[in-house]
Write a protein that binds this ligand. Structure first.
Ligand code: ATR
Length: 273
């Protein structure tokens, strides 16, 4: 029998995950399907029951359920447990196991482009679920330090405590206090949702150079205002779609137990714009 998969979240209509996974199924001739399923905030429990009833084989989780979904898991993978947020679930006979492929997805473009994280000073803007996975990624690859800048200082402080607990030198500031410290960083990441609605970037990038890596996790539109400003400064760019692709490849491999067709999936993601 064919297998079925989904991505759950709200909003969900802009999601490129169905395009990416369905392209992989076509490429490998797998009898599987993948759909987007809108579950509004506050309706997660009922939504999960529905997915279990139709015997879904696996699903991805996006905004706003990545943290709340932890409650409904029967088993939790080690990295997922460490991060405290889940983006990939497998369902084996009603037993839900949670994984977090955002961390590896975030790191994937650095590996593909042979960009080093070891010893760098990072500026992370944002302190939500995605930011937690990124902190874990910087720690794993031995960054020297991380400054976490957030609109709400408490959340940055709490994420900075998490970073220190897992062994990364960290401090927390408010976004408005970044100002002219921008040139101190080797890698600058936007992990806020700002850009999705074509807003101006939360910070200015004057003072960086071509060695600075600027990474936006917002993937729609591809050229956010943040990315455009980084291009003006000739920085090294990593696009949000690269992380999206990286986490999708890992999720595919968890569910299907075979190597993901990377090129077909990349083509699907780029075709979605
Ligand atoms: P995700 O799972 O994608 O990380 P999230 O947990 O809802 O989503 O986190 C969203 C992040 O975007 C937070 O860091 C949030 O800042 P606050 O903690 O201050 O809410 C940030 N964010 C959202 N809208 C923002 C805005 N207009 N300006 C600055 N930061 C914003």
């Amino acid at each position: 029998m064919g297998k079925s998969f989904a991505v759950i979240g709200d909003p969900i209509d802009h999601s490129l995950s169905p395009n990416i996974h369905n392209a992989a199924f076509r490429e490998l001739d797998l009898d599987s399907s993948y759909i987007a399923y809108r579950i509004p905030k506050g309706e997660l429990e009922g939504g999960i029951e529905g997915l279990k009833k139709i015997k879904i084989d696996g699903f991805n989780i996006t905004i706003p359920h990545k943290i709340e979904m932890m409650k409904y898991l029967d088993k939790i993978d080690e990295i997922c447990n460490l991060i405290g947020a889940v983006n990939t679930v497998s369902n084996k006979d009603g037993i839900l196991k949670g994984y977090n492929t955002d961390m590896d997805g975030f790191l994937e473009p650095f590996k593909k482009k042979e960009l080093n994280i070891d010893g760098i000073n990072a500026l992370l803007i944002g302190a939500g679920g995605a930011a937690r996975a990124i902190v874990a990624g910087f720690t794993k690859e031995k960054a020297k330090s991380i400054t976490i800048a957030n609109r709400t200082l408490e959340k940055a402080t709490s994420l900075s405590k998490f970073a220190k607990t897992i062994g990364l030198n960290a401090n927390a500031i408010e976004i408005k206090d970044i100002k002219d410290t921008i040139s101190n960083y080797d890698v600058i990441v936007n992990a806020t949702s700002v850009g999705l609605k074509n807003e101006s970037s939360v910070i200015e990038l004057k003072g960086i150079n071509e060695k600075t890596i600027v990474y936006d996790i917002v993937y729609m539109p591809m050229n956010t205002d943040f990315i455009k400003k980084a291009k003006v400064e000739k920085a090294t760019i990593i696009y949000g779609y690269e992380m999206l692709l990286g986490q999708a490849v890992k999720a595919f491999e968890i569910w299907h137990g075979i190597e993901a067709p990377y090129n077909a999936m990349k083509k699907a993601v780029l075709g979605g714009f």
